[in-house]
Design a protein around this ligand. Structure first.
Ligand code: GLN
Length: 484
C-alpha cells in the first residue's frame, strides 16, 4: 500500500481496507528489509509510531481524520523530536534527545501523520552526497554504489525505496531538490519563511527552509499544506496563514510562460541530463506552455557568494555546540577552554570544521568588507536577476543537477567539485524563491534525472500545478527502483 498515492492510501484508510497500524507495520518491514543496504534511517521509533497509529485509527473511526491521518512519514534528523534522538547527522548530537518538537513536527503530529523514524543526512546539512554523515553514507536505492544526493539524502532515499510515502527535508542550497532529482522523486522547497524554522537545527539561517518529499507533486502539496504557515516562534516566519497548495493542481497549462535561463543551458550539463531536460520541456510545450529565453547573468556567482554567506552563518550558529549544555563532551580535558576545544574537535566532522573556519575567517575584522559584504551584494544582484526574469515568464525550468547520481567516494576528496553539484539550485536559496524538482526520465546507468521548476515568491501552488499536469501525462514519478 505504501507505494500508492496519498489519496489512495487515505481512501483505503477511510474505507477500512487498511488500518494506520497496518501501514506503520508495512513501513517497518520495508525499512527492515532495505535499511541495512540503503542506510536511510538513523532512528526507527517503533513504539512511538505504533502509539500514533493507534490514535490515528481512533480518529479515523470517529470521523475526525484529516488527509494525513494515519499516513507513515519520516523526518530528516535536523528536526527536533521530543523524546526521540535528534542527531543532525553529527557525532556532536549523537546522544541528543530533544525536550521539544520542531514546529513542523508538532503540526504533523496534530494532523495525525505517523512518524516512523528519523532520516540520515549530511552533518548539520552540509553536503551534497550524504557522505558527510557521522552514521555512514546513505546509498541511492537505484544503485547502491551511488550517492542519493544531499543533504536530505536519507529522506529522499526512504521515499524512493518506498519505505515511507512522504518525508520532510530542508534545503539551504539544494538539499531537497538535488536528492529528489538523484533519487527519482518529487521535492519542493517553498519560499523562504513559509515553513517555520523553530526546532529545525540551524545551518545557515537566512537560507535554511523546510519542505516536502513525495512520489508526486500532488502528494508534496498535501504535505506542504500541513507544514506551512505563520509561527510566532520563528522571527523570519512569514505572516501568512495556512494555504491549500493543491488548490490549482487541476488547472490546464495553456498559456503558462516557461522561462529557460540561457546560462543554465550554455554548458555544464551532461548530455544525458540535457536530453531528459529537453524532453521534459517539450512535454510542457505539448501541454500548452510557451517557452521564452531568459537570462540570469549573475547566477554563476551564486556558488562563491553562498560559500561565504552560508559558512559565515554556520560559524555563528554552531558556536552553541560547546560540550556544556548538550551534545558530545570530551572525556578528558584540562580547563574550560580545553574542554571546548576537545569537545568540538571530537564532535564535528571535517566538512563542518572547514566551514566553521571559512565562516570565522570571512567575518573577521579586516576581511568582513572584502568577503561577507561583497557576497551580500552579489546576493542582491542574483535576486534582481530573478525579478527581471519573472517579468517575462511565470516559472523558470532547467536542470537540478549537472549529472545523474555520482559514485560514493567519487567527489568526497574534492570539496570544490562537490560544491559545483549545486550550481543550478543555490541561486534560488540566495533569492529566497520556491523551487521544485520532479522526475523527468533516466540518464546514464539508468539513474533518474529531475527537472527543476523555479517560481516567483509565493508561487508554490503554481509550481505544484505545473508539475502535477506534467505527471498526469508522464509516468516517470511512478517508477520505483528494482528490488525494493
Ligand atoms: N550542498 C550545499 C551545502 O553543502 C547545500 C546543502 C543544503 O541545502 N543543506 O551547503
Amino acid at each position: 500500500m505504501i507505494e500508492s498515492s496519498l489519496k489512495d492510501i487515505a481512501a483505503a484508510l477511510r474505507d477500512k481496507k487498511v488500518s494506520a497500524v497496518e501501514l506503520a507495520t508495512e513501513s517497518f518491514s520495508r525499512i527492515e528489509a532495505g535499511n541495512a543496504r540503503i542506510n536511510a534511517f538513523v532512528t526507527v521509533d517503533r513504539d512511538g509510531a505504533l502509539a500514533a497509529a493507534k490514535a490515528a485509527d481512533e480518529r479515523l473511526a470517529t470521523g475526525t481524520a484529516g488527509p494525513l491521518t494515519g499516513i507513515p512519514l519520516a523526518h530528516k534528523d535536523v528536526f527536533c523530536t521530543e523524546g526521540v534522538l535528534t542527531t543532525c547527522g553529527s557525532k556532536m548530537l549523537s546522544n541528543f534527545v530533544s525536550p521539544y518538537d520542531a514546529h513542523v513536527v508538532s503540526l504533523l503530529k496534530e494532523a495525525g501523520a505517523v512518524m516512523v523514524g528519523k532520516t540520515n543526512m549530511d552533518e548539520f546539512a552540509m553536503g551534497s552526497s550524504n557522505e558527510n554523515s557521522h552514521f555512514g553514507p546513505t546509498r541511492n536505492p537505484w544503485n547502491t554504489d551511488k550517492v542519493p544526493g544531499g543533504s536530505s539524502g536519507g529522506s529522499a532515499a526512504a521515499v524512493a525505496a518506498r519505505m515511507v510515502p512522504i518525508a520532510t527535508g530542508t534545503d539551504t542550497g539544494g538539499s531537497i531538490r538535488q536528492p529528489a532529482s538523484l533519487c527519482g522523486i518529487t521535492g519542493i522547497k517553498p519560499t523562504y519563511g513559509r515553513v517555520s524554522r523553530y526546532g529545525m537545527i540551524a545551518y545557515a539561517s537566512s537560507l535554511d527552509q523546510g519542505g516536502a518529499f513525495g512520489y508526486s507533486a500532488e502528494d508534496c502539496a498535501l504535505l506542504l499544506s500541513a507544514i506551512a504557515g505563520h509561527d510566532p516562534r520563528d522571527s523570519t516566519s512569514l505572516e501568512q496563514g495556512a494555504e491549500d497548495f493543491g488548490r490549482d493542481l487541476a488547472k490546464p497549462l495553456a498559456g503558462l510562460r516557461v522561462g529557460l535561463p540561457k546560462e543554465f543551458f550554455a554548458e555544464g550539463m551532461s548530455d544525458d541530463v540535457r536530453a531528459a531536460v529537453d524532453a521534459a520541456i517539450a512535454e510542457y510545450r505539448k501541454l500548452g506552455a510557451t517557452t521564452v529565453e531568459v537570462s540570469l547573468p549573475n547566477a554563476r556567482l551564486a556558488i562563491p557568494a553562498y560559500y561565504v554567506i552560508a559558512p559565515a552563518e554556520a560559524s555563528s550558529n554552531l558556536s552553541r555546540f560547546d560540550g556544556v549544555r548538550y551534545g558530545h563532551r570530551a572525556a578528558d580535558y584540562g580547563d574550560l577552554n580545553d574542554m571546548y576545544c576537545k569537545s568540538r574537535a571530537e564532535g564535528f566532522g571535517s566538512e563542518v570544521k572547514r566551514r566553521i573556519l571559512v565562516g570565522t575567517y570571512v567575518l573577521s575584522h579586516g576581511y568582513y568588507d572584502a568577503y561577507y559584504i561583497k557576497a551580500q551584494k552579489l546576493r542582491r544582484l542574483i535576486a534582481n536577476d530573478f525579478a527581471a526574469a519573472f517579468q517575462q515568464c511565470d516559472v523558470i525550468a532547467g536542470p537540478v543537477s549537472p549529472t545523474v547520481a555520482f559514485g560514493i567516494g567519487e567527489k568526497s576528496d574534492d570539496p570544490v567539485q562537490m560544491y559545483l553539484s549545486d550550481i543550478y539550485t543555490i541561486a534560488v536559496n540566495l533569492a529566497g524563491l520556491p523551487g521544485l524538482s520532479h522526475p523527468a526520465g533516466f540518464g546514464a546507468g539508468g539513474l533518474p534525472v529531475g527537472l527543476q521548476l523555479i517560481g516567483n515568491y509565493f508561487s508554490e501552488a503554481r509550481l505544484l500545478n505545473a508539475a502535477h499536469q506534467y505527471q498526469q501525462h508522464t509516468d516517470w514519478h511512478t517508477r520505483a527502483p528494482a528490488g525494493i
